[in-house]
Design a protein around this ligand. Structure first.
Ligand SMILES: [Zn+2]
Length: 158
């Protein structure tokens, strides 16, 4: 379990072991590995946002070494299925072929589109990028509003 504090909001994002091992399995540690990605779902026990379910990649996604285009219809179905299990769609994840991940210009633009299209209980939308290094230093974890990507610090790491 790894947790991140959301600024001064007292809200905290916690990643369950199953989600972390999913990130770990899809790290692009070989040059032929393609980007992978999917969606993140949480149980809301505010102030804790327990990210406990993860989807993707899917056969129908378009994946390159430095690009990732999810199957949006599949994503919509996942959101509906998870909602039926009381799991809220809170954001998305994808991998990068760099040791410590940071968002590209495309990522920053795409995420503001996602924020516009989605409605949920979080103050923003979670974007996780998974780099090649071992967890957790490879992770870029952020909360995004329509304009800005706010990187989060790991709890207790300050
Ligand atoms: Zn990216």
């Amino acid at each position: 379990m790894i947790s991140f504090d959301i600024g001064q909001s007292e809200q905290r994002i916690v990643f369950a072991e199953g989600v972390l091992s999913h990130f770990d399995r899809h790290r692009q540690t070989r040059f032929w590995h393609r980007e992978a990605g999917g969606l993140l779902f949480a149980r809301l026990a505010l102030p804790t946002i327990d990210v406990c379910a993860i989807t993707g990649p899917r056969r129908s996604d378009r994946r390159g070494r430095c690009s990732y285009w999810p199957d949006e219809r599949a994503e919509q179905r996942e959101i509906e299925t998870m909602f039926g299990r009381d799991l809220h769609f809170v954001g998305c994840w994808h991998t990068h072929p760099e040791d410590r991940a940071s968002p590209s210009h495309v990522d920053t633009r795409n995420i503001s589109d996602c924020v516009r299209r989605s409605e949920h209980a979080l103050n923003g939308f979670l974007m996780v990028i998974v780099g090649r290094d071992p967890l957790p230093d490879n992770l870029f974890v952020s909360v995004c509003d329509r304009i800005t990507v706010h990187r989060l610090e790991r709890s207790g790491s300050a």
